[in-house]
Design a binder for this molecule. Sequence first.
Ligand code: PRP
Ligand code: ADE
Length: 262
Amino acid sequence: MTQNTSVLSPSNSPSITPTAAAAAAITRRLRAPSTLTTVSASRPLQFSWIRFHLYRSSVSPLLCTVSHSVEEEEEEEDREMASEDGQDLRIARIASAIRVIPNFPKPGIMFQDITTLLLDTKAFKDTIDLFVERYKDKAISVVAGIEARGFIFGPPIALAIGAKFVPMRKPNKLPGAVISEEYSLEYGTDKMEMHVGAVEAGERALVIDDLIATGGTLCAAIRLLERVGVEVVECACVIELPELKGRERLGNKPLFVLVNAA
Ligand SMILES: O=P(O)(O)OC[C@H]1O[C@H](OP(=O)(O)OP(=O)(O)O)[C@H](O)[C@@H]1O
Ligand SMILES: Nc1ncnc2[nH]cnc12
């Protein structure tokens, strides 16, 4: 069970702690101070995703036609902020776009809901871009995405880096011959299946999912791929629940995450 204490309602984003410079840039960009709580370096940034989204969608079509150069300026500003203080501003935006729902699907679970991230076109694109930047030159031929939410992030990454996408599915969903692995979850047990012949021995794979909790799911995916001789170069998730120590369960297998939900 996660001990995540992030802010937890549709109108509140998870708590994150950006640098003062990053917070100032976000404030400038929103140009709607009344929608923000006070931001300081020592206090977590808490801006409302819903209000931010309304602000964005209130831009008129005419303004949209000229907003391209503004977006370019903002992207440049993001890069500058990253180099000034070592924090990529895109991460703060991604963290803010993830909604946390308490007691779903069971009492005591703080559910990290990435559907709100998908509604924020900039945050969603930034998420994909960050993964693509990391993996584009790593000679990866397979992106293995885990059902269901790994199917959202995996395909755009695979296309961008020139790799094939292989779905790692729940039982009895794949029509061809499969190999399978059982695994335990934060809230139950499950089985994962992969088509025989989808990958070849010697290929280099990235395993992608939205979230690592106990790590059981990623371990099952790694076992499936390694059983057929594939090298798993790294696992990547948008979110890590560090208190569940899934990273330790992966042993020496590298894990890359964008947001820690602590
Ligand atoms: O690190 P673990 O403890 O293994 O848990 C992480 C997994 O749990 C969630 O999927 P879930 O099993 O809820 O399936 P879904 O994506 O189909 O809802 C999440 O998307 C990961 O795949
Ligand atoms: N807390 C959580 N939020 C979203 N998906 C999960 N999968 C396992 N634990 C989860």
